[in-house]
Write a protein of this length. Sequence first.
Length: 263
Amino acid sequence: MTTLPASTERSLGLVIDLDTCVGCHACVTACKGWNTQNYGAPLSDQDAYGDASGTFLNRIHSFQVTPDAQPISDVVPPRLAQTVHFPKSCLHCEDAPCVTVCPTGASYKRVEDGIVLVNEDACMGCGLCAWACPYGAREVDEAAGVMKKCTLCVDRIYNENIPETERQPACVRTCPAGARHFGDLSDPDSDVSRLVAARGGVDLMPEQGTVPVNKYLPPRPKDTIAAPEMTDEGEDVLAPFLAPVAETPQGFLGWLDRTLEKI
Ligand code: SF4
Ligand code: SF4
Ligand code: SF4
């Protein structure tokens, strides 16, 4: 049984925008690359040139969501289904059960910034933390025989050997959609806290009582197709503008078209 700090000086974490994530997996690739080349032991692949089994600290799940909306009229269908891409890594919970369940003290939460880490030298690979995490955010590295998880790129965000603009998690730096944000969520004036307040950011599965630091910004509702405006005779007022154009060009353009055809 490992204890959690009573409080932390900061709460570093991620804010992920489900409205703009396009599910491209760039963050997955960047995460795997950075964490294989740097902190701890490399993240293993069981079959590197076959299927994609292996250790990934960040995964994307895609869901099709069908809004529960009534049809606007007989001719306009209800809102269409939309696809939501859902990136998932460790949420660096305030009340992390993966830490308190750890029998060796290998899992711990840092007082200075709230990051939850695994001391791989002390981990015996029992898997209790993976069982305790309600988000499936921990991965047993089969090659190393130890538990691994998102480190919030702790070896990158404090690394004074790289330019200051690079001192962000690899996934945040890489995301082409700008869907990932990093900062101190205990500071109400930080950019991430203001983003969460403006967009109604939410905890993932708050009923679990883990108090995640990471927040998700919900997808915005998509526009519906407006009902067509009809004339008294029951015709769409836009119908004349939607009529097919003449197949044979007329006037100057017709002359030009016929002339060019002869060349
Ligand atoms: S890189 Fe950004 S847009 Fe692509 S899957 Fe990750 S979070 Fe989504
Ligand atoms: S998301 Fe899971 S692994 Fe990460 S701190 Fe919370 S309980 Fe632990
Ligand atoms: S913060 Fe770093 S370790 Fe965590 S998901 Fe992003 S790239 Fe991976």
